[in-house]
Design a protein around this ligand. Structure first.
Ligand code: HEC
Length: 103
């Protein structure tokens, strides 16, 4: 039994990583980054606060990993110049605010 607990404890970081591909990234920091580099264009496309991009029918993403990959691609595309931890923060923010994916 003790051995099982030790094994589970050792696996804990892995399971957390699998649950959140962005680790412990800060969604609050992600909000600000997203506001600066991303919102204006989505607003031009969809009006309002631009959030319809993330909530529309037929949206493109269906998992946490999708969000992270898409944020990384957009970062490169619009030359936002974010580091991976900043991409993670924006992905964490988008999931918390709009997508609500469990995995
Ligand atoms: C110049 C305009 C523009 C800018 C700037 C922009 N986007 Fe987008 N974004 C788009 C368009 C257009 C789509 C929809 C693509 C499609 O439907 O194929 C999109 C789609 C997305 C999606 C997927 C939405 C879905 O369907 O679930 C995400 C996530 C996203 N953008 C994040 C970002 C982030 C993060 C940034 C800032 C780094 C950003 N975008 C900057 C134009 C832009």
């Amino acid at each position: 039994m003790k051995k099982l607990i030790v094994t589970l404890a050792a696996l804990w970081p892995l399971t957390t990583l699998a649950a959140d591909p962005w680790g412990k990234a800060d969604p609050v920091a992600g909000h600000d980054l997203h506001e600066k580099a991303c919102v204006a264009c989505h607003v031009r496309l969809y009006g309002g606060d631009g959030s319809k991009m993330y909530t529309r029918d037929g949206r493109l993403l269906s998992s946490k990993l999708d969000i992270l990959q898409r944020v990384a691609a957009c970062n490169a595309q619009v030359h936002a110049g974010w580091f991976p931890d900043e991409e993670g923060a924006v992905a964490a923010y988008l999931n918390k605010q709009y997508y609500h994916f469990k995995d």
